[in-house]
Ligand binder design. Structure first.
Ligand code: NAP
Length: 323
């Protein structure tokens, strides 16, 4: 009977110690947020300056047409922010909102074709995803490739996939989809080593997953693509030096997927009780030695900055081709 007491005392001691360590660790935040604000502001400042110089020579301003179809929560937020950013740097925006009810009577192809021919429009952004029953490939293929600011036309996608090296892509002035361009710029700017590193991408969309895989390959990464049919995702992610998550499910990626020193890029944009949050469960990883982008504030602003960059690029190309 007496021997129970020392055992009980040891168990209590160990329990209290574990709890104590937990509490201390809970107070120590090791996780670092990768800042995109400075880079984004810096780039927008340069774009604004360049536009004000070009406008006086060209006699016109870059014009971007945005087309929003349906009621997607994230898309509505993006469009609002994109219009605001255009105004701030001196890009004229022309905005078309088509509700999901109207889409069946609205001639979207006619709108796209008119915008293709309109000399005041230098970039066309058809905000994806389109409502489920609408065939995305058909509509994006009708955008003039010279005005395709988000690189969704098969011609531009092909041009990007064909090039093997990042330097070549930049040198040849290839158009790159906005979100992947923002991600690569952010990684480079934060001196994140990509060459030879294992990158796991979760999500295989045409706007994020697939193009970022191609761009990371062009930066010499070893790329693993994951999606809803992937087995053992946690185990696969634990091997990653960099994880890019673009799933669209709040708190999807938690500490069970991540090892220490991993860089996590959170692309997700979700609505929880009217608050925006990403795909990463930030609370669960805050005591880990990892770097992560925040939502809001991480990839979102970089995507919009890339859209401004691409619009300016297409504006310059069109003026150049005219001459
Ligand atoms: P998406 O078209 O919404 O597709 C989601 C992807 O996630 C699919 O490939 C799907 O796999 C995969 N997935 C779903 N459940 C999964 C699971 N349990 N395990 C592993 N993979 C799973 O993708 P998206 O267009 O890239 O959008 C994803 C999120 O990113 C959304 O929240 C969107 O709003 C946001 N987003 C943000 C930005 C930005 O600028 N911040 C830009 C674009 C998108 P299957 O292919 O097998 O179905």
């Amino acid at each position: 009977m007496l021997s129970i007491f020392p055992t009980f005392a040891i168990v209590c001691f160990v329990y209290v110690r574990i709890k104590f360590v937990d509490i201390i660790l809970g107070l120590v935040v090791l996780m670092k947020i990768i800042d995109s604000k400075n880079l984004s502001n810096e780039k927008r400042f340069k774009i604004k300056n360049e536009i004000s110089k070009i406008v006086s020579n060209a006699g016109c301003r870059p014009g971007l047409a945005t087309i929003l179809v349906g009621d997607d929560y994230a898309s509505k937020i993006y469009i609002k922010l994109k219009i605001k950013a255009c105004n701030e740097v001196g890009i004229k925006s022309f905005n078309y909102n088509i509700s999901s009810i109207d889409i069946y009577k609205f001639d979207l192809i006619k709108l796209i074709k008119n915008l293709n021919l309109d000399p005041n429009i230098h970039g066309i952004l058809l905000q994806l995803p389109l409502p489920k029953k609408i065939e995305t490939e058909y509509y994006v293929s009708n955008i003039n490739p010279l005005k395709d600011v988000d690189c969704v036309h098969p011609f531009n996608i092909g041009a990007m996939y064909m090039l093997k090296k990042w330097d070549e892509i930049i040198k040849k002035n290839i158009i790159i989809p906005c979100t992947p361009l923002g991600i690569i710029n952010l990684l480079h700017n934060n001196n994140v080593e990509i060459s030879g590193k294992i990158v796991v991408i979760i999500g295989r969309s045409i706007l994020v997953g697939k193009p970022i895989a191609s761009l990371l390959l062009a930066n010499d990464a070893t790329v693993i693509m994951a999606h809803s049919k992937t087995y053992n995702l946690e185990k696969i992610c634990k091997r990653a030096d960099i994880i890019i998550v673009s799933v669209g499910r709040a708190k999807f990626l938690n500490k069970n997927f991540i090892k220490n020193k991993t860089v996590v890029i959170d692309v997700g944009m979700n609505n929880i009780n009217d608050k925006v949050c990403g795909d990463v469960d930030i609370d669960s990883i805050k005591n880990m030695n990892v770097k992560v982008t925040s939502v809001p504030g991480g990839i979102g602003p970089m995507t919009i900055t890339s859209l401004l960059e691409n619009t300016l690029k297409m504006f310059k190309n069109q003026i150049f081709f005219k001459k």
